[in-house]
Design a protein around this ligand. Structure first.
Ligand SMILES: *Cc1c(COP(=O)(O)O)cnc(C)c1O
Length: 310
């Protein structure tokens, strides 16, 4: 099943800022593995899909917001691997559908909307039983693919051949950060950048995921850098937008505004502040998410338009 995917290339970045700081910068391009099932979301889905097959379940049911990369990837993976898919979407239906949900629908995903209160119950046994009553025998994948099978897939993200001291990645649920940390050598280190406000809670969450996976606690060091959330999940400002545009122009690497843009911004800022010692080799994980830019840019345009009209 992995043969459908291209091995992610590692791209060396020629950056003046990094050069000046004596830091080597490379990017692992998970965004290039597949046109639609890409980024870290594929790794989080992989063992869930294998488990669904092992349990002989032919329907995947999962949860996400209206712009969710996970919904997008699950819909595409379902089509690719012959599963029926059901997406439980947070909030009310908005028509016309945004590009994310339109794509999911085109892949054959059934979209079902949950009001925010019910959506809040998504982890409860009760709601999951309800859903099985309603949709039959389904394999339930938690929001974002954030379970221990998701962690397991993320152990496979970094290729054996990669040569680096510190890996940097954007962080939502912490599942990817946990899997990547588990795959490191003891002399390496992970830095995770939460993209939501108050990301400090992820310290406990990542700890939990790590210890669940490896109770001995013998994994490489890791840390959170919580200063680059830009006001919260999916919040952006001019500074971030400009950074992403410039980065794409200069290095020919497109970034998404929700995850990778914030992490790359954070890393470049930390380099400028002398956070990393000279000689340090950094590997930045491009976790994908570019599909979300289309909907995001449309929304930003609408806002600018409203703004200039008022
Ligand atoms: C979901 C996502 C993340 C965050 O992954 P977690 O495992 O939830 O921390 C990072 N980058 C992109 C592009 C994503 O879609």
């Amino acid at each position: 099943m992995s043969s459908i995917f291209l091995p992610p290339p590692i791209q060396l970045i020629n950056s003046e800022i990094a050069l000046k700081a004596g830091v080597q910068l490379s990017v692992l391009r998970l965004d290039l593995m597949h046109p639609s099932v890409n980024g870290n979301k594929w790794f989080k889905l992989k063992y869930n899909i294998l488990e669904a097959k092992a349990q002989k379940l032919s329907t995947l049911l999962t949860f996400g917001g209206a712009f969710s990369n996970h919904i997008y990837a699950t819909a595409a993976a379902g089509k690719l691997f012959d599963f029926r898919t059901i997406g439980m979407i947070r909030g009310e239906e908005t028509l016309p559908l945004n590009p994310t949900l339109q794509f999911a629908l085109e892949q054959g995903m059934q979209l079902v909307y949950l009001d925010r209160q019910t959506y809040g119950q998504r982890h409860t046994q009760e709601l999951q039983e309800d859903l099985k009553q309603r949709f039959g025998e389904v394999y339930i994948i938690p929001e974002g693919g954030g379970n221990s099978l998701g962690v397991r897939g993320c152990l496979e993200i970094i290729p054996q051949t990669a040569n680096f001291d510190t890996v940097c990645l954007a962080c939502g649920t912490g599942t990817t950060a946990a899997g990547i940390t588990l795959s490191l050598h003891p002399h390496q280190k992970a830095i995770a950048f939460p993209v939501l406000k108050g990301g400090e809670f992820l310290n406990a969450e990542i700890d939990r995921l790590l210890n669940h996976y490896l109770p001995s606690g013998s994994f490489a060091p890791w840390q959170l850098v919580c200063d680059y959330h830009f006001g919260g999940y999916a919040k952006v400002n001019q500074d971030l937008l400009r950074f992403c545009q410039n980065f794409a122009l200069e290095h020919h690497i497109p970034l998404d505004y929700v995850y990778t843009g914030k992490m790359f911004y954070g890393v470049m800022d930390l380099i400028q502040r002398g956070f990393f010692p000279p000689g340090e080799k950094l590997l930045l994980i491009h976790t994908g998410g570019l599909q979300g830019n289309v909907g995001m840019e449309a929304q930003l345009l609408k806002k600018t338009f409203k703004f200039s009209n008022s």
